[in-house]
Structure formats: C-alpha cells, structure tokens
Design a protein around this ligand. Structure first.
Ligand code: FAD
Length: 423
C-alpha cells in the first residue's frame, strides 16, 4: 500500500500549489481529485481568462468570521507572489480596473501547467478518484514505514479504488458553490464529525433576485456604474471598499460586479440601496442654471439610460421643468436616484454563486492552518472560512493558503524526520 508524506484532497488552485511546493521540498505527495482534469472550477474563472490576483491584497476584501486570521495568511503571500506563479508558468497577464490581474491565456492553462509542475516534482496523481473512507491516525492501525522504530501514525483513505496512507492529510476540497462543475462536501461533513467548528456555507458573488413587478422590472440588458449598499435594521451599510462598480439589470433582478459584491453581505430581510448615478449629484444637476428650462426627466436621461430615467422619475415630476421644482421635489428626485430602495426576494443561490462564504472555522485551525482537533490534518483554499470579493481574491486565497500549508507540511515533517528524505 503506498504511503505518502502528504495526501492532498482536491486539485483546485489550493491543492495544486500545495502539492507542487510540498513535492519540491522533497516530500512524497499524493494529489487526489474526483475530476479527471485538475482545476475544474479554476478553468471557468474570470470568464475563462482567470482573474488570478489583485494589486490590493487586504483582509477587508474577504468575508470571514476572523479577518485577522485572513490577514495573517495574506501577510506572507501578496500579489507579486501570485504573479510569480504565472511567470513561472510562462502565462502572461494584464492589469484591469480595480487592480484586477487577469491571465491573457485560457485559465485552464494555469491548472494544466501547475499539474505539469506537480508531475515534474514527483507528485502522484489520483484523478477521477473520490477520496473517502478516511480514518485519522489514532484510528488507523497500519504501520507507515518498514522498520518498527520508524512506525508513525498515519491517515488511511481510499483514493478511488486504491487504499493509500499518508502522514499528513490536506483538505483542499473547495466549497459547494457552482455545483454544475461537480462539487463535493463530504470532507466538510467529515470535518464537522471530527469536531471542527464549521461556519455554515452561504452563497456569495451571486446575482440578486427581485420581487416580480419591482419598479425597475423590464430593464434587462441595461448596465451602468452604481454603488450598492444595504439597509439593515434601520442602519445604512456601504461595505464594498471599491464603492462604484458596474451593475447589470437582468430578467430576474440584478447582476454584474456591483450586485455580486453586495451579495457577499446581503442577508434575508436586508433592503438594498442603490446609488444609480454615483459620480454626479442629482440636486446639483437640477440646480444648475442651464437646467432651469429642461424637464426633470430629460435632465436625468442625459446621464442615465432613458428607460431607467423613466422608471426612476416619479410621474408627477417627470414633465415639470427643473425651475418649477420645489426643494422637496428636488430632494425626492435625488433620493430616487441616489438611494433607490428595494427588498430583494433572494439570491440566485449556490447554483450561480462564484464562491461560498463559510467553511472550516479558524477557531479550529492553528496559524499554519493545521487542525487543532486532528493533528496532521490541514485545510486550505475555499473550504476555509474566507471568501473573497470579486477581483481575483478567491484564487489568490487558494494560492496563499495552499503555499502556507505546503510550508507547514515541510516544517512539521522535517521536525519528525531530520533526514528530510522521501519515504
Ligand atoms: C464561474 C466561476 C468563476 C470564477 N472566477 C474567479 C476569478 O476570476 N477569480 C477568482 O479569484 N476566483 C474565481 N472563482 C472562484 C475560484 O474559482 C474558487 O474560489 C477557487 O477555485 C477555489 O479553489 P480551491 O482550490 O479551494 O477549490 P476548488 O477549485 O473548488 O477545487 C476543489 C477540488 O476538490 C475536489 N474534491 C472535493 N471533494 C473531494 C473528494 N472527497 N475527493 C476528491 N476530490 C474532491 C473537487 O473535485 C475540486 O476539483 C470563480 C468561480 C466560479 C464558479
């Protein structure tokens, strides 16, 4: 039965980087994935190009119950480290709005070339193989290494049909978001059974669904820059650090970056606040001298798509000239545009979510992302309670946490086996 230094479950960006780095450190590594090809989700990223990192890496770009722990992981792995991966893979990239770093070649090449590097470093792949029937060291009786005095406690698991053993186990199994690529939550359930604290998964980066016949229904296809916030129990929240982003009206509600990002904070019962003209002031536009003889609706339609201006402008004000509007009317118009309020019916859920918040809580993990419940068990990537906003933050997190766990594996195994040779 093969016995590895580390078995890594999940060949997404977290598992691939962890496997590559661990194998380069001379560890014997098995990489297991249910898919035949590594990086199934990564291949879809950024519309197929992959927004792999961001110039601005900070914990306020993440949803987590423990932002300070996210910060600790990111401290040692910034944008340049992620770009170095691309450079080493000979994959060109470019910077777009908001510091987003996109690959210029198809995203599946990131996975494919990382897999080649894993192969070169000696990683054994178990692809098309679901990991199951996993027993932690205390429950596993099989010896790991030949001589009795070298015997160590090991994890035992089935990788597809083959039973393997490993001195360390890494869970890089992602989240239940976007199930059409094939997701698997067995490991998170197992982690819960083993006593880890789990923050329930919830969809993020997912479109918002509006009630039928909401005031802006029928505008599908219109897109514009907007700022999205929330009204929660009477309190106004504008949590997106970037502020203004593109918004898209859809058949069922809203999508586009502004909607996807605010979905990270939206909870049932929250009202959505939209500033649909965030770069201008409606009152200033109405007050301007040259506006006096213009109809209120036409003033808005100069800066907003005409159908949106029609939908936003209260009927009784639309056909009045700016000069005829009272202060109260002007404020009413400004409110309609800058603080449009609606209570969404819900979100498109995990089905369309690019990520899921929640996962294994940092409460159950050491600084090196090792389990505090089952020694020798590590977690990295989206399975950990850290979900990034739009902008390359999720792949960045997968890389950063995968690299950290590889380093931790190296150190913990080296401490056990001073020679550092492969088993
Ligand atoms: C449409 C879409 C677009 C996206 N675009 C971007 C983007 O541009 N930028 C960005 O930063 N993020 C993006 N994301 C999010 C990003 O792809 C994920 O956050 C990232 O892939 C997570 O990496 P991971 O390695 O943690 O997990 P994953 O990539 O999800 O990989 C986990 C792997 O584990 C395997 N697995 C699970 N359980 C088992 C088991 N028991 N046995 C064997 N294998 C198992 C799965 O098959 C899977 O391959 C996007 C997501 C989607 C859905």
């Amino acid at each position: 039965m093969p016995c590895y230094d580390a078995a890594i479950i999940g060949a997404g960006p977290a598992g691939l980087l962890c496997a590559r780095n661990a194998a380069r450190a001379n560890l014997r590594v098995a990489l297991i994935d249910s898919h035949e090809d590594p990086g199934a989700k990564l291949s879809l990223a950024g519309g197929g190009r992959g927004n792999i990192t961001n110039r601005i890496i900070a914990e306020n770009r993440y949803i987590s119950e423990h932002p300070e722990r996210v910060r600790a992981v990111l401290r040692s792995f910034g944008c340049e480290q992620a770009l170095d991966i691309m450079r080493e893979l000979s994959l060109p990239f470019e910077e777009r709005d908001f510091g987003q770093m996109f690959g210029l070649r198809p995203a599946f090449l990131v996975a494919e070339r990382l897999a080649v590097q894993c192969d070169d470093a000696g990683v054994d792949f178990y692809l098309g193989s679901t990991a199951r029937d996993i027993t932690p060291p205390s429950a596993s009786s099989a010896p790991a290494f030949g001589r009795k005095e070298e015997r160590r406690a090991v994890f035992s698991l089935l990788a597809g049909r083959e039973r393997i053993e490993a001195r360390r186990l890494v869970t890089a199994t992602g989240s239940p978001a976007f199930p059409s690529v094939g997701v698997n939550t067995d490991m998170i359930r197992l982690a819960a059974r083993w006593g880890h604290s789990i923050v329930p998964f919830r969809p993020v980066l997912t479109p918002l669904v509006m009630p039928q016949n909401w005031p802006l229904a029928g505008l599908e296809g219109i897109s514009l820059n907007a700022r999205a916030g929330l009204l929660r129990e009477g309190q106004e929240l504008w949590p997106d650090p970037e502020g203004i982003r593109p918004l898209l009206f859809t058949h069922r509600g809203i999508s586009g970056p502004a909607a996807l990002v605010i979905s990270c904070w939206w909870r049932e019962g929250d009202e959505l606040l939209l500033d649909l003209l965030p770069e201008l002031s409606v009152t200033e536009l109405l007050d301007a001298r040259e506006s006096g003889k213009m109809l209120a609706r036409n003033i808005l339609a100069r800066h907003l798509p005409a159908r949106l201006a029609d939908a936003l402008c209260p009927e009784e004000l639309a056909r009045r000239k700016a000069a005829e509007l009272s202060r109260k009317d002007r404020l009413r118009l400004a409110e309609a545009v800058h603080r449009f309020r609606i209570r969404p019916a819900g979100t498109e859920g995990l089905k369309k979510a690019e990520a899921a918040a929640g996962g294994v809580s940092f409460d159950s993990l050491s600084r090196r992302l090792e389990s505090l419940v089952v020694p020798g068990l590590f977690f990295c990537g989206e399975v950990v309670d850290a979900a990034g906003l739009l902008g390359g933050y999720n792949i960045h997190w997968a890389f950063a946490s995968g690299a950290l766990v590889a380093e931790a594996l190296k150190q913990s195994l080296r401490a056990e086996r001073p020679s550092g040779n492969r088993a």
